[in-house]
Design a protein around this ligand. Structure first.
Ligand code: FAD
Length: 566
């Protein structure tokens, strides 16, 4: 058997290594058009930022070590330019010698990845404008930043890589601006958590421009001009374009393979393309999202690596190992904050027509009495009928990673919010609380589903009329520091004695700082004959951040699907 693999980084290298473990006697050839194989793409921004100091640390494997360990014929600096599925032959060009030759295969695996989008804007070819995908890009950017002593950077696109680059350049001492065309950063997040991160990066001195696009680049004697669609222009010594990637399907198209609805390479459950002898993995493919059941691409290292293993299993052992899709579990460090997501955001559930309830809670990363506890905010989305968990997003400082992995695991196996209420975690004060943030999320969601808590959202205040009553149940001191206009302050501890001030016939909206005291108020009022009460999910804290980031005048239609006013 002869296996040929195109692309030797995340998906390709893991397919090749697994193929060898399953089939010691096969001939395996892997082609890589770049100079390096199996390197850590995910570490590249941190090497540019000098967090990773040793360039060699980026290389998980070298071509010669891979060859020695796995007996795999590794051909770097060799680009595959064509596939002929009829003769089962590929054409390769050795970039060092210029030699073009053909190679046959019995089974072919495509793992060419995704290519960064570089729009044809005027001036985009000017020196100093980069995209970041591989080690060569990294070397160019790092060399440019160091040799030209650059002072001002403009990062275009506020996705995961854009923000990592903004942080790393800022930490190097550059003055950094981030330009984002959308109305929020980090598109996979819903607005409230994105707003928290926006506030955070602004607090670190990054200039963030939302709802702004670049229309052209100009060249000046001493650098670049980034010309914006609002008529303004920014000076820059270096520009990082990170406006997204698209699946690299060039070879697949040339070979006549089927593409899917999301414009990735179409594969079946066994990662086999429309040609049974050709498999494909990684950023280049698309698959069915297990939550929305729509076709999607994912640009993450975890799925690419795991697909490589499944693909090799299917090639050697026959199509038995199904790929169940990915739920886009991802995490990013944004200065000292950590932001993570798993499953589907509320806005995308709405687009897919999936009914859901959103709930936001704020909890300490560990017991409040133990030093160093920091708050984390968790937003989840779940089905109103049976509480199936569909999505989770977290912004915080400590312990975000373990909570998102727990939530991801529940989402991935189709679990419910009820499971979160009983999730058994390892507890000691430095690590958690006796009720972990994940349990708290479950408790709140359970209260919602069992009608003990009715909620409304930060962007639904326009539904409050003059006949309704908005009650702030925080303390007098908190109220005086800032409150929502037209709110009546009745601190929670005074509620029972001041109940006569609240008209039973009014619709009552409550809020507190985080949501908990508002819930207590709702329980007290409910059991005293008040029937129409809703509490602000995420509390004043979330309302305040969202309003600061997006005043009502700029606000699109509400994104949350269910308003729970009785
Ligand atoms: P790649 O790993 O990109 O490998 C594709 C390879 O194929 C490339 O080396 C390319 O040169 C080669 N190739 C393409 N066409 C040909 C051809 N015709 N002939 C020969 N060779 C060819 N993901 C995370 O989950 N977490 C992170 O923190 C994270 N950070 C990232 C940071 C950066 C800067 C980048 C660029 C990506 C990051 N990713 C991260 C994404 C992750 O790296 C990718 O999802 C993953 O590498 C995809 O694997 P792949 O095998 O599909 O493609």
């Amino acid at each position: 058997m002869k296996y040929v693999i195109i692309g030797a980084v995340a998906g390709g290298a893991s397919t090749a290594a697994r193929l060898r473990r399953l089939d010691e006697h096969a001939e395996i050839v892997i082609f890589e058009k770049g100079a390096y194989i199996s390197y850590a793409n995910c570490g590249l921004p941190y090497y540019i930022g000098d967090v990773i100091k040793d360039r060699n640390a980026l290389f998980v494997q070298t071509a010669s070590a891979f060859n020695q360990r796995f007996n795999i014929d590794v051909r770097v600096r060799t680009e595959v330019t064509a596939i002929d599925p009829v003769s089962k032959t590929i054409t390769a060009v050795n970039q060092k010698t210029g030699e073009t030759y053909k190679e046959t295969y019995d089974r072919l695996v495509l793992s060419p990845g995704a290519e960064p989008i570089r729009p044809p804007l005027p001036g985009i070819s000017n020196e100093g404008i980069f995209t970041l995908r591989n080690v060569s890009d990294t070397d160019y950017i790092k060399g440019f930043v160091e040799q030209k002593h650059v002072k001002k950077a403009v990062v275009i696109g506020a996705g995961f890589i854009g923000l990592e680059m903004a942080e790393n350049l800022q930490e190097l001492g550059l003055d950094v601006s981030v330009i984002e065309m959308g109305n929020q950063i980090l598109a996979p997040l819903d607005y409230p958590l994105a707003a928290m991160v926006q506030q955070h990066i602004r607090s670190k001195g990054v200039h963030l421009l939302l709802n702004t696009a670049v229309s052209a680049f100009g060249k000046e004697d001493n650098g670049l001009k980034v010309i914006l669609n609002n008529g303004d222009a920014l000076d820059a010594d270096v520009v990082i374009m990170s406006i997204g990637v698209r699946p690299d399907t060039r070879l697949a198209v040339q070979a006549g393979l089927k593409l899917g609805e999301a414009k990735g390479i179409w594969v079946n459950d066994f990662l086999q393309t429309s040609d049974p002898d050709i498999y494909a993995v990684g950023d280049a493919i698309e698959f069915t999202n297990p939550i929305t059941h729509q076709s999607m691409n994912t640009y993450l290292a975890g799925p690419a690596n795991k697909q490589g293993r499944i693909c090799a299993n299917n090639i050697v052992l026959g199509n038995k190992h199904k790929y169940n899709g990915a739920i886009n579990t991802a995490i990013v460090k944004v200065f000292d904050m950590t932001v993570a997501t798993a499953g589907t955001a509320s806005k995308n559930l709405t687009k897919a027509g999936i009914k859901h309830i959103v709930s936001t809670t704020h909890s300490g990363s560990h017991a409040g009495y133990f030093p160093g506890a920091r708050q984390m905010s968790i937003q989840i989305a779940f089905t109103p009928e049976d509480g199936r968990l569909l999505g989770a997003q977290i912004a915080g400082y400590d312990g975000v990673d373990k909570r998102i992995d727990i939530l991801s695991s529940v989402i991935q196996r189709g679990g419910t919010i009820y499971e979160l209420t009983e999730f058994e975690h390892a507890y000691a004060p430095p690590y958690s609380s006796a009720k972990d943030p994940v349990n708290m999320v479950g408790f709140v969601a359970e209260n919602i589903l069992q009608d003990r808590l009715k909620i409304f959202y930060w962007d639904q205040f326009e539904q409050i009329t003059k006949d309704d009553l908005l009650i702030d149940v925080r303390t007098k001191e908190e109220f005086e520091e800032g409150h929502i206009s037209n709110a009546l302050n009745i601190p929670l501890d005074d509620l029972r004695s001041r109940m006569h001030e609240i008209d039973q016939n009014k619709k009552i909206y409550t809020y507190c700082r985080a949501g908990l005291r508002g819930y207590f108020a709702q329980r007290i009022l409910k059991q005293n004959g008040y029937n129409s009460i809703v509490n602000l999910s995420g509390g004043y804290l979330l309302w305040e951040i969202c309003n600061r980031e997006m005043p009502p005048i700029n606000r699109p239609k509400t994104q949350n699907s269910l308003l729970q006013v009785a």
